[in-house]
Design a binder for this molecule. Structure first.
Ligand SMILES: [Zn+2]
Ligand SMILES: [Zn+2]
Length: 93
């Protein structure tokens, strides 16, 4: 049996979609709330798991603001804590 209930589904989900899209599109600076926050540079020097020498692999990603000078360091996209000895100049010259 089908019951007819009056629930404003379409209007409700409509406003939700707008909010979600707005949030995902542009990231704002946590300091001054200016849109355009993102990766500005990377810092290399991830240490080798074999010998501890700094390699050319990315150690940190630096995210920053286009307006103010606020910056944050993030984990690199490769997600490694240490470099493979194969990427090391000392272990694998
Ligand atoms: Zn090494
Ligand atoms: Zn800012």
């Amino acid at each position: 049996m089908e019951q007819h209930t009056l629930k404003p589904h379409s209007a409700y989900s409509g406003s939700c979609i707008i909010l979600t899209t707005k949030h995902a599109k542009s990231t704002h600076c946590t300091k001054c709330d200016t849109p355009g926050w993102g990766k500005v540079r990377v810092e290399t020097g991830l240490t080798c798991s074999g010998c501890g020498t700094e390699t050319k692999l990315i150690k940190h990603e630096v995210h920053g603001c286009t307006k103010c000078s606020y910056e944050e360091t993030h984990k690199p996209s490769h997600g490694l804590e240490q470099a493979e000895p194969g990427n090391c100049q000392y272990c694998n010259p």
